[in-house]
Design a protein around this ligand. Structure first.
Ligand code: PLP
Length: 376
């Protein structure tokens, strides 16, 4: 007998067993329930809500390529202020923001360092190498998942190297580190990494697609996590619910150059204020990320209770080790739960469109289906 029916039986212990019609209804209910998908593939799957749609329709706009769209300008100033940098530029995606920054920083014959599994290494189709021109050098997670050590940065200093060696020009940091499981680099460790890079004559770019999550998890302002960087990229379309938009920030001269490179890449958006308006709404929602973190913690705890091998999450990303990712994703999909695969693991990302009751429902479905606990 299926777990749902068994539960029904327990609850109605003093009444006659369910009729076939009642049993059929229970199965139908179950099918309907599972048909409602709970999408934990990413925090990018959120839908712009009514407030954002209203903000879009009322946005003051202008031609951002010819002049400067007034709503984009407002958003850029607001984000620069929050990040503690002189200026910022709206770009359509985090990938473009990273590419613009690395294009400005790198020349052919240069090497860039990044933590193993960084988005710039794994999920941007090698554009930092083949467009920006830098040779990638992944660094091990010597300080814990997603976190590199200052000693390893120093090891790549190129001052004393012969002329035919690569010049290590750039350190790319990522906070939080996505594929390590949304792990956070705290401000003191960030400062040590920046100092090591500076001493070795390197520039520093920070991929802060989820810097807001790190800031909320640590209870420090975002600017505390950008100290000393030459450029930083942040996303509004992850966790904060905007449908599109990232910003790349740095000095005024960096942003002047970034505007030119954005145009080169076809990223000049004319009346972009309709998009930037959603970003201004998104910024007001920063504190809501704490709920995503609590939901991730609840999901991880529930999965661990069911025998899954999970690390307690630091922010909104839960990584569960599984022996067969394809089979695990398929079983989850049959329950109407969507996640993504990493090597040897499943990644669940909590977000504002999957509130606490959805997380409880995910655990209920997995429990009900008696999902085999994936042994590591
Ligand atoms: C750490 C990190 N950097 C950059 C990006 C790229 O952002 P986009 O999808 O907007 O290009 C992502 C996307 O998930 C990310 O996780």
């Amino acid at each position: 007998m299926c777990p749902t029916l068994r539960l029904h039986g327990d609850l109605t212990r003093h009444t006659p067993p369910p009729t076939w019609a009642e049993r059929a209804k229970l199965w139908c209910d179950r099918i309907v329930t599972y048909a409602r998908r709970i999408d934990l593939r990413s925090d990018t799957v959120t839908q712009p809500d009514e407030t954002m749609r209203v903000a879009m329709s009322g946005a003051e706009v202008g031609d951002d390529v010819l002049d400067h769209d007034p709503t984009m300008r407002r958003l850029e100033e607001e984000v620069a202020d929050r990040l503690g940098v002189a200026a910022a530029l709206w770009v359509p995606s985090g990938t473009m923001g990273n590419l613009i920054a690395t294009t400005i920083h790198l020349r052919r014959g240069d090497r860039f360092l990044a933590p193993r599994g960084a988005h710039v290494l794994e999920a941007e189709l090698g554009s930092t190498a083949w467009l920006a021109g830098g040779m990638p050098q992944p660094l091990d997670w010597a300080n814990g998942p997603g976190r590199i050590s200052a000693d390893d940065v120093r090891a790549y200093a190129s001052a004393a190297a012969p002329y035919y060696s690569l010049t290590t020009r750039l350190l790319c940091l990522e906070n939080t580190h996505n594929f390590a499981g949304g792990t956070v680099t705290p401000p003191d460790e960030h400062a040590q990494l920046v100092a090591a890079a500076r001493d070795a004559g390197m520039l520093v770019h920070l991929d802060g697609a989820r810097l807001w999550n790190a800031s909320v998890a640590l209870g420090v302002p975002p600017a505390a996590l950008t100290v000393g960087v030459d450029s930083v990229q942040v996303c509004l379309s992850k966790g904060l619910g905007a449908p599109v938009g990232s910003l790349v920030g740095g000095s005024s001269s960096f942003v002047t150059e970034a505007r030119r490179v954005r145009k080169m890449l076809g990223g000049g958006i004319r009346q972009g204020g309709v998009l930037a308006a959603t970003g201004l709404v998104a910024l007001e929602r920063m504190d809501d990320l704490a709920a995503d973190h609590a939901n991730a913690a609840a999901l991880a705890a529930g999965l661990a209770e069911l025998g899954w091998e999970v690390r307690p999450p630091e922010t909104n990303i839960v990584i569960a080790a599984v022996p067969d990712t394809t089979a695990a994703l398929e079983s989850l999909a049959r329950l109407g739960v969507l996640a993504t695969a990493l090597p040897g693991a499943i990644r669940f990302v909590t977000h504002r469109d999957a509130p606490a009751h959805d997380i409880a429902e995910v655990l209920r479905r997995i429990t009900a289906a008696r999902s085999p606990a994936p042994a590591a």
